[in-house]
Write a protein that binds this ligand. Structure first.
Ligand SMILES: Nc1nc2c(ncn2[C@@H]2O[C@H](COP(=O)(O)OP(=O)(O)OP(=O)(O)O)[C@@H](O)[C@H]2O)c(=O)[nH]1
Ligand SMILES: [Mg+2]
Length: 588
């Protein structure tokens, strides 16, 4: 075959004759490159980076770098040397290539056609990028920011959420090899002793729709003193006020129905206000930010409204928390209303960010911990991150879970009350919510990115289960068809002796709810073991009670550092530390 450019021999070809059928295409690539790059004039218009043409050496540097641009064609490109961001001139970034390559000219401010007032490394970023920077927690104040992969104001790619947001917004994320120096990547996993870096443990909080994840997330913010930002706080306030007006609109509508039964004699009076009973929220309360105190006071004087309100439990369309807010209607409708912690917790429909929220914290040292031998204490300076993601943002078959592969422990939340509830999809097909939760659980535990993750199942809404299970049998859900509500004396003793949770130890708790909880935990544990051959940890939670959430999250901390959670670890009983019960142990 003879000599190839740059004097190299084609070793595999040595000693063999040329396949005449292929002669035409042999060396095609080199002929093409030579053709493209031989004359300076040609070169100059072929590959421009930051408005400067690349010479042969620069082009080779670009093509042979650890993470070269994919499918590079002649054209005009921009390149941010600090981050490795790469894109076509005038367009948003399309890839992240190896950073720090000495190619092209100076990055221009309008290189990517961004229209925001934020400049990153000398380039005006696009709206989408700005959103990502905000998600990553980089303050975007219009000043010139240093946005390195390695140091940002840190390392934005470490912030989960950044990756997910990028995926959703079709912005590039660095491939593993693009992360400068491989050890950076693994810093959270293998930490050389001489590095003083604090370790960050990551919990992914996920569950099916309305499983209580945002309540747990909000509870954690309050528990671990992570303040709500001003915009989060304003958003919460707006949601609470808007919710209140929705409840009132429903009351106004329902008032009519009740009246026909109970307030026939007052009917004429009611007609005076007919115009307000349309239920059209926008018409009644045009702007949630306006003060409606006088209107609210007037409404409460209306006997028909009072009568309707007294029968609020019959109004299935109103959420349970409605009466909590309606009781403070006048207060909430004030312009200067400040939501209390309880208001924030009770407010449904609040997601701090649309689909994704993240908080970082350290555990305050508890009194119980303080009295422990230092050897058994957790390092109080360790940092933890909780990322809450809504199932609808995980995409088809949870494909975006990849973005969370650096999670240490998954907190999977299931509402204990889901067993008799249904979701209706766009085709009108009803699915039992417990089965939907089971389905999501199976998808996540079998996802390739979560192969070896530890899982803590958070069974929540226990307070609501206590009420519900007394009237609606658990067997409503087909998965629970073999639940036997009759508790033998022996089982009763064994279940309470293995219970550590304050909820379970509460002697007022109806045993039936405990029994149901243990049964559901056992079902999930068996499912988990059959799929992964590993142990599923379980915590019982009432999202509105801080102590139970604190116990569960501290339990997640324990779980994260146990090295003995693999199947070879026989004595599982000793894993049960401060928090939870072992439903498997007690259900035999
Ligand atoms: N009584 C009671 N209510 C709860 C509990 N946990 C959550 N809730 C309520 O249940 C509703 C749904 O809870 P969220 O925390 O919003 O659930 P989510 O998983 O964020 O739901 P979506 O994001 O809307 O899918 C809210 O009205 C909460 O106040 C609980 O343990 N007990
Ligand atoms: Mg929510």
């Amino acid at each position: 075959m003879g000599c190839m450019p740059q004097g190299r021999k084609c070793v595999t070809g040595t000693g063999y004759g040329i396949n005449e059928n292929k002669r035409k295409i042999l060396g095609k690539f080199f002929r093409m490159l030579k053709h493209l790059l031989s004359g300076l004039e040609v070169k100059q218009i072929m590959f421009l980076v930051n408005a400067e043409p690349l010479d042969w050496d620069q082009l080779m540097l670009l093509l042979k770098c650890p993470n070269p641009p994919k499918g590079l064609k002649p054209g005009r490109y921009w390149y941010d040397r600090t981050t490795g961001f790469w894109g076509k001139e005038g367009q948003r970034p399309s890839q992240i290539i190896s950073p720090q390559l000495d190619i092209g000219g100076r990055l221009m401010i309008n290189a990517s056609g961004g229209k925001t007032n934020v400049i990153a490394n000398g380039r005006r970023v696009s709206k989408e990028e700005l959103l990502v920077l905000k998600l990553a927690g980089v303050t975007a104040d219009g000043s010139n920011m240093e946005v390195g992969q390695k140091y940002i104001k840190g390392r934005i790619w470490d912030k989960v959420g950044t990756k997910l947001a990028c995926a959703i917004l079709s912005l590039p994320v660095p491939s593993n090899s693009a992360t400068p120096s491989g050890e950076e990547e693994n810093m959270n996993k293998v930490r050389p002793d001489n590095l003083p870096t604090k370790m960050l443990y990551k919990f992914l909080l996920v569950g099916s729709v309305k499983s209580g994840t945002s309540t747990i997330f909000k509870q954690c913010k309050l528990l671990y003193n992570v303040p709500f930002s001003e915009s989060e706080f304003q958003n919460i306030k707006l949601v609470i006020q808007t919710n209140l007006y929705t409840y009132i609109a429903i009351l106004l509508e329902e008032r009519e129905n009740f009246e026909e039964e109970t307030l026939l004699e007052n009917r004429k009076r009611q007609h005076v206000n007919e115009s307000t009973s349309s239920g059209n929220l926008a018409a009644i309360f045009p702007a949630a930010t306006r003060e409606y105190v006088p209107l609210m006071e007037e409404l409460w004087k209306d006997p028909a409204i009072k009568a309707t309100y007294n029968r609020i439990n019959e109004l299935k369309v109103l959420p349970r928390s409605a009466s909590y807010f309606l009781d403070q209607a006048v207060e909430i409708s004030k312009i200067d209303y400040q939501p209390s912690d309880m208001d924030i917790l009770y407010a449904g429909g609040i997601t701090l960010s649309n689909s994704l929220a993240s908080m970082e914290f350290s555990f305050p040292v508890s009194r119980a911990e303080d009295s422990l031998d230092p050897e058994y204490r957790h390092d109080p300076s360790l940092r933890y991150q909780i990322i809450r993601v809504h199932p609808t943002s995980l995409g088809e078959n949870c494909k975006w879970l990849d973005m969370f592969e650096d999670t240490d422990t998954v907190l999977f939340s299931v509402a204990l009350t889901d067993y008799d509830e249904y979701t209706i999809d766009s085709n009108g097909v009803a699915t039992n919510k417990m089965l939907a939760a089971k389905n999501l659980f199976e998808k996540i535990i079998t996802h390739k990115a979560f192969n070896n993750k530890k899982f803590l199942l958070i069974l929540t809404k226990f307070d609501l289960l206590e009420e519900k299970v007394e009237t609606i049998p658990l067997t409503r859900c087909e998965w629970f068809s073999d639940f036997n509500p009759v508790i033998s004396h022996n089982e009763k003793t064994s279940s309470s002796s293995s219970s550590r949770s304050s909820i379970v130890n509460n002697t007022n708790s109806p045993p039936l709810a405990q029994r149901a909880f243990q049964y559901i935990a056992m079902k999930f544990k068996r499912l988990f073991r059959s799929v992964t051959e590993r142990k599923l940890f379980v915590s019982l939670v009432n999202g509105l009670e801080p102590d139970t959430v604190d116990e569960a999250v501290r339990y997640a901390r324990e779980v994260s550092v146990w090295e003995k959670w693999d199947p070879s670890f026989k004595n599982e009983k000793s894993e049960i530390t401060t928090t939870t019960i072992d439903p498997e142990g007690s259900s035999s």
